[in-house]
Structure formats: structure tokens, C-alpha cells
Design a binder for this molecule. Structure first.
Ligand code: PMP
Length: 442
């Protein structure tokens, strides 16, 4: 259990936070009851709390730190850049170098535009698609998380009380008083369900600017899209003059060329974020030159004028480039192999504990489901209140055992992890599984 001293320090900080931040936090992802956990410092894959207790970090700031914390090469490069200035309303070589690296890495990335977050990347991707196709509507999967933009967040947290028929998943706004016009211009389809998705898209044929797909959607259940599904959507977009837009903000890490490497057809445009910032806030849209050209200020009239005070700032660009240089083919392969080993050991732990367990995921990300058969879509993966409580109990137990996991019951690994950390994860999980077993009624 947490030491009382630590609990008091965290409680005291939270009480101060409550006076100045709504609910005491700046991002809901860290919210938990009775208060968030606070960090003093971190190095590699270990995070130290206010009492100096170290835990292994399987969150990596929501999958954004591919090399863990304070990687020496990134710290050095960034420190050098910071001494030379952090942001200018002038160009820098840092942005060109990072763009050269990312465009040479993925064949479909002919041009790239940097922004400041994954949210902004998706927002920009949607508007690029609109400017290019001359259409307004966007289609997205039920349950898929694409950041905090009105259009992108419809049906992000649908639940059985409001999700409606699977033939026509309801459009559920996230924020109270979302303008009805937004709902009119968003089409929701069920992930991985070819027949239903095509039927729904067909009802809006000729009106859709882009179909957004996260090919390994975390909040849907972290299951990979089938190649047939992606191909069916791709073929539909070819026939109807829409773009296939991948949101690879989180899943770019799964392969050297991102998750798109594993599909027989490729997206027209892709939104990026997280790992390409090397630990600093970042987003980007990359894609075919002809499409990206809507952002080109040499054009007149310019279809899509876009600026941003901190876009492509040299600190992020330097950190991101160094991080991605270090994340070379061999390193990707090694990390994915270590993750496969972790999944294997967790399955064994589940069997030993005698609990129902399945694991979804791809590359260096996976999610635990306390059920025998892995879910293949959002509705199957949906966890009711009693399951949410079980997951929260498990995650609190893991935290007390020195393991920090994502609140969705997931792990996002980093390249600085070794077999030692995987063994510690599996050992803690075995105890954790035994701890929650009575709650699972098995
Ligand atoms: N899209 C996806 C798939 C994401 O996972 C996230 C972040 N979790 C975003 C968009 C939004 O990115 P950010 O938090 O950087 O705005």
C-alpha cells in the first residue's frame, strides 16, 4: 500500500490543486479518486513518486515516450537547442530535418505539416480533406478516440443507454450543447464491420470528405482493423471521391512505417503525434503532395491557411528527430518482440490464477480484457460499471506493486525496458489477478 507519508503529500498537493484547477487537474487522463498520483522525477522506465518510491512506467505518457523518460541523447540534443532559443517566427533547420526523416520513412508521406498536438493533427487532417475534396462530412468509428475536436469526438464514449442500433450507431455528442450542425456532418460506423459500415457510408455517398480510421484504436478496445475492413473502406473512398484518413497518433509506434505498413492499401493522409515529438507536445499531418498542397501558401487562392505560434518549434523538432532516429528498424523489432513476450507471460499468469483473460493490441501496445474471447469491436469491448470497478481495483493493486498501467487496462512499452521489467510486470499481475478473482465470480 501507499505509505501514509506519501498519501499525505499527494493529498496536500491535490487540495492546493483543487483551489486553482477545475477538479484539481489539467487533463482528465490523470484524474483518479481520491486524488491523482504525483511524480517527482523519472528516468528510463522508472518513475519516482514524492517519497522516492520507484515504479515501472507502462504508460509512457499515454504511449508518447517511446524511449521512456529523460533519454540521454534526447536530453542532450534538446538542452543544446534550448540554449540557442526555443521558438521563433522564423524557419529552422530542425523542422526540415525532422520532416526529411519522417517523409523518407513512410512511402505515403510525401509532404508533412507539423502542429502542436494529436488533436490539432486530426483537426487539420479533417480540414485538409474538406479543402481538397470540396465535401463537408466526415465518417468515424463508434468509440474511436481522435482527440478533442467537435467533429472528431462524436460517439467517443457511447454506451448501451445511448448507442442505438448497430445498423445505425447513434451520433452521441461528447460535450453538452455541441452544435446540431456538427452532428449532421458526422457519420458513425461500427469498427471492423464491413457490411454495416459500407451500408452506412453509402447513405452519405458524395458528401463525405474523409473516412477516419485509427487502425489500432485504443478506446475501441485496441484490436487491429482487419485488412479486409481497411480495403473495403479504401475501395469505397476511391469510388466516392473521399479520402482514406488514418489517425496514427497513437499507433504509429507499432511498426517502422507505422501501422499502415501492415495493410494492403494505404491511406491518403495520416495524422501523427505522440512519439514523433520525442516527449514534447506535437502533432503532424502527412500525405500525398497533391492533397497536402491545400496548405501551400504559394497557391492563390489558398484553400487552407494555417498558422500556429508553436508549430514546428525547434525543441520539439529536435527531440522528435532524435527519438525517431533511435527508433530504427531493429529497435522497433526488438521492442515488439519484448512486448510479445510480455503478452505471453501475462496469459500464463492469467491461466495460473484461473481468471478469464484475453489480450488485444499490436506492436508495443496491448490491452487486457477480463473475458475469455478477445473483443473484435467497441460494443463487445465495452466494460460496464461492475467491470470498470474490477479494472480500477486491479490497476490500483498493480500501482501498489510498483507497476503503472494505463487506466484502460493497457500497457504501452518503451525501448528502455528489458526482460527484468517484464518479469516484474508478470509477477505483479499474477498477484493482481488473484486479488480480483473473487470479483469476477469465477
Ligand atoms: N488521436 C488518437 C488516436 C489519440 O490516441 C490521441 C491521444 N490519445 C489523439 C488523437 C489526441 O492527441 P493529443 O492528446 O496529443 O491531442
Amino acid at each position: 500500500m501507499n505509505s501514509e507519508k506519501n498519501l499525505n503529500k499527494e493529498q496536500a498537493l491535490y487540495e492546493r490543486a483543487l483551489k486553482v484547477l477545475p477538479g484539481g487537474i489539467s487533463r482528465n487522463a490523470i484524474f483518479r479518486k481520491p486524488h491523482p498520483h504525483y511524480v517527482a522525477s523519472a528516468q528510463g522506465c522508472y518513475v519516482e513518486d514524492l517519497d522516492g518510491k520507484k515504479r515501472i512506467d507502462f504508460v509512457n505518457n499515454m504511449a508518447s515516450l517511446i524511449h521512456g523518460h529523460a533519454h540521454p541523447a534526447i536530453v542532450e540534443a534538446v538542452s543544446e537547442q534550448i540554449r540557442r532559443g526555443t521558438a521563433f517566427a522564423l524557419g529552422t533547420e530542425a523542422e526540415i530535418r525532422h520532416a526529411e526523416l519522417l517523409t523518407s520513412r513512410v512511402p505515403g508521406f510525401e509532404k508533412i505539416r507539423f502542429v502542436n498536438s494529436g488533436t490539432e493533427a486530426v483537426m487539420t487532417m479533417i480540414r485538409v480533406a474538406r479543402a481538397y475534396t470540396g465535401k463537408y462530412k466526415i465518417a468515424k468509428a463508434e468509440g474511436a478516440y481522435h482527440g478533442s475536436y467537435d467533429y472528431a469526438e462524436i460517439s467517443q464514449y457511447s454506451n448501451p443507454s445511448n448507442w442505438g442500433s448497430v445498423d445505425h450507431p447513434a451520433k452521441v455528442p461528447l460535450v453538452m450543447n455541441t452544435p446540431p450542425g456538427v452532428l449532421n456532418d458526422v457519420v458513425i460506423f461500427p469498427f471492423n464491420d464491413i457490411e454495416r459500415s459500407l451500408a452506412i457510408l453509402e447513405e452519405h455517398a458524395g458528401e463525405i470528405a474523409c473516412v477516419i480510421v485509427d487502425p489500432v484504436p485504443h478506446r475501441v478496445g485496441l484490436m487491429r482493423a482487419s485488412d479486409d475492413f481497411i480495403r473495403a473502406i479504401y475501395d469505397w473512398t476511391r469510388r466516392k471521391g473521399a479520402l482514406l484518413a488514418f489517425d496514427e497518433v497513437i499507433c504509429f509506434r507499432v511498426d517502422y512505417e507505422g501501422a499502415q505498413a501492415g495493410f494492403s492499401v494505404k491511406p491518403d493522409i495520416t495524422s501523427l503525434g505522440k512519439i514523433i515529438g520525442g516527449g514534447f507536445p506535437v502533432g503532424a499531418v502527412a500525405g500525398k503532395s497533391e492533397i497536402m498542397d491545400v496548405l501551400n501558401p504559394l497557391r492563390s487562392p489558398l484553400p487552407f491557411p494555417l498558422s500556429g505560434t508553436f508549430s514546428a518549434n525547434p525543441v520539439t523538432m529536435t527531440a522528435g528527430r532524435v527519438a525517431m532516429e533511435l527508433y530504427d528498424k531493429e529497435t522497433v523489432k526488438k521492442l515488439n518482440a519484448l512486448t510479445a513476450q510480455a503478452r505471453k507471460q501475462l496469459v500464463e499468469a492469467g491461466q495460473l490464477a484461473g481468471i478469464p483473460l484475453s489480450i488485444t493490441g499490436d506492436g508495443s501496445m496491448f490491452k487486457l480484457h477480463f473475458r475469455e474471447v478477445p473483443p473484435s469491436n467497441y460494443r463487445e469491448a465495452y466494460e460496464d460499471d461492475s467491470m470498470k470497478k474490477i479494472v480500477a481495483t486491479f490497476l490500483d493493486f498493480m500501482y501498489d506493486q510498483g507497476i503503472i498501467m494505463v487506466n484502460s487496462n493497457s500497457c504501452m512499452l518503451s525501448t528502455v525496458m528489458t526482460q527484468k521489467e517484464i518479469d516484474l510486470l508478470a509477477e505483479a499481475a499474477l498477484k493482481g489477478f488473484r486479488h480480483i478473482k473473487p470479483m469476477l465470480n469465477v
